[in-house]
Design a protein around this ligand. Sequence first.
Ligand code: GDG
Length: 447
Amino acid sequence: MGRLVVVSNRVPSSKERVQPAGGLTVGLKDAIKGEPSLWFGWSGNAQGKDDEPRPVIEEQGGTTYATIDLTPAQHKGFYQGFSNGILWPVCHYRLALMSYSREELQTYLEVNALFARVLKPLLKPDDVIWVQDYQLFTLGEALRELGVRNRIGFFLHIPFPPPGLFGALPGAEQLLRAIGRYDVIGMQTEEDARNINASFEPLGIAVRAGVFPIGIDPQSFLRDAISGGRSAQVKRFDQAVGDRPLIIGVDRLDYSKGLPERFHGFDRLLRRFPQHRGKVSFLQVAPVSRGEVQQYRRLRRELDELAGRINGDWAEMDWTPLRYITRAVPRKVLASVHRRANIGLVTPLRDGMNLVAKEYVAAQDPEDPGVLVLSRFAGAAPELPDALLVNPYDPDEIAEALDQALGMSLSERKRRWSRMHEAVTSTTAATWARDFLQVLRGAPEAA
Ligand code: GDG
């Protein structure tokens, strides 16, 4: 069997390789374990020089890592600009947040072509190549144009919007034709696959996207949830909250995650259901992300103001309704707070999958599980119909679901949780990678 070659925009740092943080790294780490593999991408350094970069090659844990630096202009146009300022909002159904620039599309195409040029000499004839995510829509085509004939697969971690919406993006057709050059295309949900396939159809693109939902490593998250409870930080937190009910939210500070609407929902809970005042508290962890993009700075200001107002309106001398943290919290601490929390509140306006929902389920105590309140627009929703599903745009619906969850009987909580747990343990990071690679390895070779 040939090597597995993974390509992602960011290659995990040497620390992340040992202790993978997100679902992508966990799933891929599992996939590359025990077989010869190469992982190629950007180093994370945006101070590169203008001449053609030479990859830095490192071996770690049986895998070869090859990385290049980007120049400040490439980082700005390709990563901040076209990927995060244009493709991210469009794929999350937010056309109005896109700030289109033709120059940034150009830089995007150039960086994808650069990735292809640097990767090509590292390839062996029987390698299979697995490209990750929206930053690299056109990498497969660029490789083909250089004569690479290996099998090349592509997985999209974020949603794919309906044809009319994606079609409004200038350059959409060019991107779709490039995506159509991959041998296997994987999406998170049926809805995403339907959307991209419907975009392919009028262009006569023959390849069809399949569905490969990503998951977590539930055993390892549960271990962290149990062992994390021994840390001093968690003990202090337990003391502060006491035995009062706790709601937890964990998201990168991103406008796709529905944070203002969620804060309004919590405010509405306290307004409409006075029995919860002075009792329930809501911990929102939202590490700042993409702070250099204007839309993200604006969102942060909005949340600062909302959090201040909610606490000002409802706090008591001895009770803080909302705890809001914009720094990252250590994984074990997060996992054990998930286990302690009575409600996991996950209300993105759109999300490819949302691993936090699965992590919340994995962390629960089977004898006294909490309730997941989940957006119907998260990719995880079709897999978790036993969550309380809400429309995240409606703060009243969020408030009603929170009230229902706070009053739910132990037997109903157990019944809902055990079905969700079944889903989270049967579709994992490992099954995601295994299933995708099985299809990719079975695909016919490029003509
Ligand atoms: C993209 C798609 C898709 C968050 N804050 C902290 C922290 N996290 C961890 C969570 C979770 C991960 O980051 C976030 O994953 P999500 O899936 O929720 O969301 P995105 O980052 O937007 O990921 C998404 C995913 O790709 C995989 O395909 O599910 O839809 O948007 O693991 O726990 N971890 C730590 N401290 C924090 O403060 N340690």
